[in-house]
Design a binder for this molecule. Sequence first.
Ligand SMILES: C[S@@+](CC[C@H](N)C(=O)[O-])C[C@H]1O[C@@H](n2cnc3c(N)ncnc32)[C@H](O)[C@@H]1O
Length: 272
Amino acid sequence: MADDLTTPLTVEQVYGDWSIEWEDAVAFTDHSLNPRPRTSMYDTFSTLGVGEGGYVLDIGGRDAAQALDLAERFGCRVLSVDPVQANIDLGTVDIANHEYGHLVENKLGTINDIPAPDHTFDAIFSRDMMGHVEDLEGALVECRRVLKPGGAVVIHDVFATPLLEPKESARLSADLAQAPGRLDGELFERTVAEAGFTIEVIDRVASEWLENLLEAEDGEKRLLRAARLNRDRDRFVETMGVLPYRVVRGNNLWTIYRMIGKLEDRVYVIRA
Ligand SMILES: C[S@@+](CC[C@H](N)C(=O)[O-])C[C@H]1O[C@@H](n2cnc3c(N)ncnc32)[C@H](O)[C@@H]1O
C-alpha cells in the first residue's frame, strides 16, 4: 500500500482508463467524515472531573473567551493569564459583561512566570499557545508549581508532519512568533517527560476542527486570500503595513497547512 502511494505514475496511468469514472472518484470525497468541532477539547477537559468549586488556569487565554466558556460549561473558577496588555484590557470588558464573569479573573503574565501561589489550580488549560514558548521545560515546571498535587494540563498545539518542508517551517515560525523547535512533536513529548509529567492522552485531532468549521461555514476563503496575498504582495504591504501582512499571510498558511496535513493539531493530557 505504502509503495502504491508513492511510486511515480506513468502518463498512461494518469490519463488512461481507470476502474472508476473521475466524477465518481471525486464524489467519494464529498461526504463528511463527521469531524469533531473545536469544542472537543472541552470534552477532553471534562474527563478531568473539574466542576463547581474547582479552580482552573487558562494559560495564554488571550481575551478570556475560553476562560468564560470553561466557567459556563463546568461551573469552575478560572484565571486567564496572557502577556499582552491589549488582550487583558479586552478580556476585562468581556468578563464584566458576561453572565459567568463572576467566576473569571484575568491577569498579565506568562507561562514561565504565572501570577499565582504554589499548588493553586486543579487543572490547567492551554490552547494554541505553547508554540510561542522558548523555555518549554521551564514553563512546564512552572505549571507543576501552580498545580495541586496530581493535577493535569490539557494542551492543544500544532506540530509539523514530514510533509512540512524546512523553508515552510522557517517562514511560518518567523511570521507567527513560533519559538525554535516548537513544531517538533517528538521534542515536545521529550520535554514533557523531562519536566516531570506523564502523557495520559494524545488525541490526534489533525484537520478535524478545521473540517468541521469549513463544513459549517460555506465559502471558506483562506485559499483565495493566500493566492491574492502572494500575487499582489507589494500593494498589500503598502496598504496594510508589513507586520499585518506577514501575520495575515502566516495565519492563512497555518490554516491551509493544517488542512492539507503539513501540520497536525493534537490535544494532550499530561499529569504531574
Ligand atoms: C493563538 S493565541 C491563542 C489564544 C487562545 N488560547 C485561543 O485558543 O483562542 C496565543 C496566545 O498565547 C499568548 N502567549 C504568547 N506567549 C505566551 C507566553 N509565553 N505565556 C503565556 N501566553 C502567551 C498570546 O498573547 C496569545 O493570546
